[in-house]
Design a protein around this ligand. Structure first.
Ligand code: AMP
Length: 221
């Protein structure tokens, strides 16, 4: 029987985690669990989680660990049915306590982490990418554009579904800088954490999206 594939997409905001995780999840038909999108959806729907997290997200801060840990626990429990083929985690874990909680969840569910893809890009590229990013407002599409490197054919319209594009509130230069500072302080230590467990695979995230994708595919079992 084929073993499942359980991947974490790791990297700074703007490194390209979301774009690549989406493509790989489609290619491998694996569920894409993207904490940022789940939280933004909760904010949009004004749920209890949304109300508790909105201020953190919009100012570029990480939301408290217990809120995201509970969210992921719920998602993984629901996923782990008899057709389980694996998962793609995008944006989780982002702190050491989150990584420890994930370790316990996987142990309880008798799952093993396949690898942590560490998508790397220098700071100047990250800030530029974040502040020029535009997203499709249709949540079933969610295409990601970039006004410098991947312009939509028609201004402010999605190439795929024609829905209007928007800029995330935390993609302004100020919030993006705060997100990068949170990353260095709280998330970057996970690099060492997963390297020591021999799970980390470094990926050069500065290349064209298609080349990054091909590099990822080559590293997967
Ligand atoms: P992202 O879409 O991955 O850039 O995430 C957007 C925002 O959602 C982050 O800046 C945080 O405010 C929040 N968020 C997403 N994932 C996490 C996480 N694992 N831990 C804490 N906050 C998170």
């Amino acid at each position: 029987m084929k073993k499942e594939i359980n991947i974490i997409f790791f990297g700074a905001p703007g490194a390209g985690k979301g774009t690549q995780a989406k493509k790989i999840s489609q290619e491998l038909s694996l569920p894409h669990i993207d904490t940022g999108s789940l939280i933004r959806e909760a904010i949009g729907n004004k749920t209890e989680l949304g109300v508790k997290t909105q201020q953190f997200v919009e100012s570029g801060k990480l939301v408290p660990d217990e809120l995201v840990i509970d969210l992921i626990k719920e998602k993984l429990k629901v996923l782990k049915d008899k057709d389980f083929k694996g998962f793609i985690l995008d944006g989780f874990p982002r702190t050491i306590p989150q990584a420890d909680a994930l370790k316990n969840m996987l142990r309880e569910l008798m799952l093993e982490l396949t690898c942590v893809l560490n998508i790397q890009a220098p700071e100047d590229i990250l800030v530029k990418r974040l502040s020029s990013r535009k997203l499709c407002s249709n949540k079933n599409c969610g295409a990601i554009f970039n006004l410098i490197t991947k312009k939509p054919k028609e201004e402010n319209k999605c190439d795929i579904c024609n829905s209007p594009l928007y800029q995330r509130k935390d993609d302004t230069e100020e919030a993006a800088k705060e997100r990068l500072s949170e990353y260095h302080l709280k998330t970057a230590p996970l690099e060492k954490y997963y390297r020591e467990q021999n799970k980390l695979v470094d990926i050069n995230g500065t290349k064209e999206s298609e080349d990054v994708y091909n590099e990822i595919i080559k590293t997967l079992p």
